[in-house]
Design a protein around this ligand. Structure first.
Ligand code: NDP
Length: 332
């Protein structure tokens, strides 16, 4: 598999905390970082021994790189992705792909037309916990699935309490930040698409008025499976989880809605309880390895551009539901 030469679009926290290390672990080389602020870009390049930084996106796209990692605020993903695709670069884009569905679909089309890979960084598909749950479901260990539930609420760390809480234009709020991940994970776990969503939101004072800092809701899947989510930035002592309940067993994962390779999964059936064997692995390394494999024609990205558009459609429907106090259908 070819080792990729990367450019970073955005001097981001997620790059700093997770993705730069994962790119390096996959053998990738990062040669340039784009930032709107020259000093921030230069400091970031220096911090990670990246050869160059630029405030001109075209300079980065004209440089000899194979792929870009887009980790700017959500409103910027569309234009940056389309520009990268036009320059013939493969794109690993952060979630949510965009702040509206038309933009997400246009990103998918632009990458298809340019014949470049578009992957969405829904890293939770890479978790050993979730892969084991999907495997157990597929091998019939819980029978026919009836319900799926995700708790992805926690406490937003102080250093992330910026645009996520205050800037609706940038895609603020718990739904675009967290529910979008849940939507992708549920689609992955049960291999089904959403038919409708109903949601309610809360503003407890952490976020600016008009921006939700927590949300709960129910997704109805096309097969009839009901999915429940609880997302938020405000609860310090909650434990994350993902559960699938079937007619002959249940799978309960705890401490799994996270960036780290941790958590456990219990299978509960008429035979009692047992822990599923797990081989934990860096979720972001797994995501990037799959992206590399897709580019080499040896596999598929864990979450594609189409998957990113589908998860965004669910999140946007949840927002619409909360605002209109109605059940919102999701078209295919
Ligand atoms: P950051 O706020 O760290 O970065 C977003 C942008 O803000 C950067 O592009 C940068 O602009 C600017 N910025 C960074 N630091 C500063 C600063 N000190 N002062 C002013 N501006 C600054 O965002 P995140 O890294 O948290 O999120 C980026 C994207 O990644 C989002 O789409 C988010 O949803 C996604 N994300 C995904 C995660 C995952 O696990 N899949 C986890 C966390 C985030 P510039 O580039 O111009 O320098």
């Amino acid at each position: 598999m070819k080792k990729l030469r990367w450019g970073l679009i955005g001097a981001s926290t997620i790059g700093r905390e997770r993705v730069i290390d994962a790119i390096k672990q996959t053998g990738g080389e990062i040669s340039n970082v784009f930032s709107t602020n020259a000093a921030r870009g230069a400091a970031y390049a220096n911090e990670f021994a990246i050869a160059g930084s630029t405030t001109n996106l075209n300079d980065l796209l004209d440089s000899p790189i194979d792929a870009v990692y887009i980790a700017t605020t959500n409103d910027l993903h569309h234009d940056q992705c389309v520009a990268a695709a036009k320059a013939g670069k493969h794109v690993l884009c952060e979630k949510p792909l965009a702040t509206n569905l038309a933009d997400a679909l246009s990103m998918v089309t632009a990458c298809k037309v340019a014949n470049v890979e578009l992957a969405t960084n829904h890293h939770l598909r890479g978790a050993a916990t979730h892969r084991a749950m999907r495997g157990a479901l597929k091998s019939g260990q819980i029978g026919r699935p009836l319900a799926i539930k995700v708790i992805h609420a926690g406490y937003l760390p102080a250093h992330l309490q910026g645009w996520r809480l205050t800037n609706p234009a940038a895609g603020a709020g718990a739904i675009l930040d967290l529910t979008v991940h849940d939507a992708d994970l549920m689609r992955f776990l049960i291999d089904d698409d959403a038919a409708s969503v109903v949601a309610m939101i809360q503003n407890s004072g952490m976020a600016t008025a008009g921006v939700e800092d927590a949300a709960m809701g129910v997704i109805t899947f096309r097969s009839g499976i009901l999915g429940q989510f609880h997302d938020g930035f405000t609860t310090k002592y909650i434990r994350t989880s993902a559960e699938i309940h079937g007619d002959s067993g249940s799978l309960v994962a705890t401490n799994c809605m996270t960036q780290s390779p941790v958590g456990e999964v219990v299978l509960r059936t008429a035979n009692g309880e047992s822990n599923l064997p797990l081989e934990h692995e860096n979720l972001y390394v797994r995501t990037i390895n799959a992206f590399n494999a897709a580019i080499s024609g040896e596999g598929k990205s864990l979450s594609t551009g189409e998957d990113g558009a589908a998860s965004l459609a669910i999140a946007l429907a949840a927002l619409e539901s909360a605002r209109t106090k109605s059940v919102v259908d999701i078209s295919s």
